[in-house]
Design a binder for this molecule. Structure first.
Ligand SMILES: [Mg+2]
Length: 224
């Protein structure tokens, strides 16, 4: 029987977003304040304005862009704390289930290529995926329909049959505009923050909540 493609986001979906929050919202403000001899409060204000100006763009996800912008080597800083990169609960359990049941598992991330590489190396996740793509190599952030169009040109797939799980609503909006058929969000992307209350997409409270969804879909196909 034909099995669907299950596409995953990385940070905040398979990996705990607490790491990225720690790097960008805690460590960078400290380093920036040291480097530019300003107060931590002022550093946070400046960085907040930078973040607002660049969020959801390809630059936002580029450690090279931020290194040039803030004067702190962001890749080196991420590597310095790489031991804090952690899988979300049930990530391996879900990936094992999908692999054992013949699903096609893809990873589509906005992490830049260098960030993707060290996180995959640290977590050992690479072995699960048939396709691994960084938006840096596509040339558009996942929020943009062009990301999905380019991905489809490079790796043919039928959007309607795809499941896509991502913790960022704007990314899900882009995927929806392109026509991805089954979209899911994440209830608690960061273990250090509370569960989100609302989202315009169905939320997975545990990653393994996807398993009964897939089983139910298979049943409907069987008797269709
Ligand atoms: Mg994410």
């Amino acid at each position: 029987m034909h099995k669907n493609i299950i596409m995953f986001d990385m940070d905040g979906t398979l990996l705990d977003l607490a790491y990225d929050d720690f790097i960008w919202n805690e460590q960078l403000p400290i380093r920036y304040a040291e480097l530019h001899a300003c107060s931590l409060e002022r550093s946070k204000e400046i960085l907040y304005d930078f973040y607002q100006a660049h969020s959801h763009t390809l630059e936002w996800y580029s450690s090279r862009f931020w290194t040039a912008k803030v004067g702190v080597d962001m890749l080196a800083m991420q590597l310095e704390y790489k031991d804090q990169v952690t899988l979300r609960p049930q990530a391996i359990e879900l990936l094992e289930y999908l692999k054992n049941n013949g699903y096609h598992i893809w990873l589509t991330t906005n992490a830049d290529c260098a960030g993707l590489d060290f996180k995959l190396a640290h977590t050992g996740l690479a072995k699960y995926f048939e396709v691994i793509v960084s938006s840096e190599s596509i040339g558009y952030a996942k929020e943009r329909v062009e990301f999905w169009q380019t991905l489809q040109q490079q790796h043919a797939f039928n959007p309607e049959d795809c499941y896509f799980i991502d913790d960022t609503e704007k990314v899900l909006n882009g995927a929806k505009a392109f026509g991805i058929g089954h979209l899911y969000s994440i209830a608690q992307p960061s273990s250090a923050k509370p569960t989100r209350q609302t989202c315009n997409y169905p939320m997975l409270h545990q990653l393994t909540d996807l398993i009964p969804v897939l089983e139910q879909f298979e049943d409907t196909q069987k008797y269709a």
